[in-house]
Design a protein around this ligand. Structure first.
Ligand SMILES: CC(C)(COP(=O)(O)OP(=O)(O)OC[C@H]1O[C@@H](n2cnc3c(N)ncnc32)[C@H](O)[C@@H]1OP(=O)(O)O)[C@@H](O)C(=O)NCCC(=O)NCCS
Length: 173
């Protein structure tokens, strides 16, 4: 997240990724839905995952004060998914992202962690407009964004990419 190392919710702990999360990252990044809806990050083994943890989304923490974090089960410490904020050159505002292991889905974990990330972004980081992008047919993500108060803006292409995406935005109430 940002400015703080750890965030807690009723059921979850959201913390920075570390090398020991490599096996979890290998599973998550090779899940069929991750590959289909987010993309292939080319992470196949634990060495790739350690590189990803060092150079990937988490490295934005140093640059921006926020990034992608791992969401773990408070009771056991088990990693369930990732959630956090990114800043892409092709978007004018930060965007929120999330991905969970198949076995951890439909239990409200993505909603619970994303709500905490959004509240933190507003209250502590002073971010007003927050964006989100999904592929055209990612029903789960689109429904989750609606539940989080995001409003569909348009179908667009990012930075000259061939793929169309849906752009969503959320402004403070
Ligand atoms: C999108 C994703 C993160 C949702 O995670 P999740 O933990 O299952 O979501 P939650 O349990 O918090 O669900 C919150 C809401 O999202 C919607 N939702 C979640 N999964 C859904 C599905 N398969 N179909 C329709 N709606 C769905 C529902 O509105 C749900 O609220 P409800 O349970 O009260 O009906 C998860 O499906 C995932 O990791 N997908 C693969 C990666 C991905 O696509 N990430 C998003 C890229 S933009």
């Amino acid at each position: 997240v940002a400015g703080i190392e750890v965030m807690e919710t009723d059921r979850l702990v959201i913390r920075r990724l570390r090398d020991a999360d490599a096996p979890f990252i290998v599973s998550l990044l090779n899940d069929a839905d991750f590959l289909r809806y987010i993309g292939d990050r080319g992470v196949r083994g634990e060495a790739d995952a350690v590189r990803y943890i060092a150079q990937g989304p988490p490295s934005t923490h140093e640059r921006l004060g926020f990034g992608m974090d791992v969401v773990t089960l408070r009771a056991t410490g088990e990693p369930l998914g990732i959630c956090g904020l990114l800043k892409r050159e092709v978007l004018d505002h930060p965007d929120i992202g999330f991905a969970f292991l198949p076995a951890a889905r439909r239990r409200g974990y993505a909603h619970e962690s994303a709500s905490a990330v959004l509240a933190h972004a507003r209250a502590r980081l002073g971010l007003r407009r927050i964006l989100a992008i999904t592929s055209l047919e990612n029903a789960a993500s689109i429904a989750l964004l609606g539940k989080l108060g995001f409003v569909f803006q348009k179908v667009t292409r990012l930075g000259g990419s061939a793929d169309q995406v849906r752009l969503f935005a959320s402004d403070p109430a």
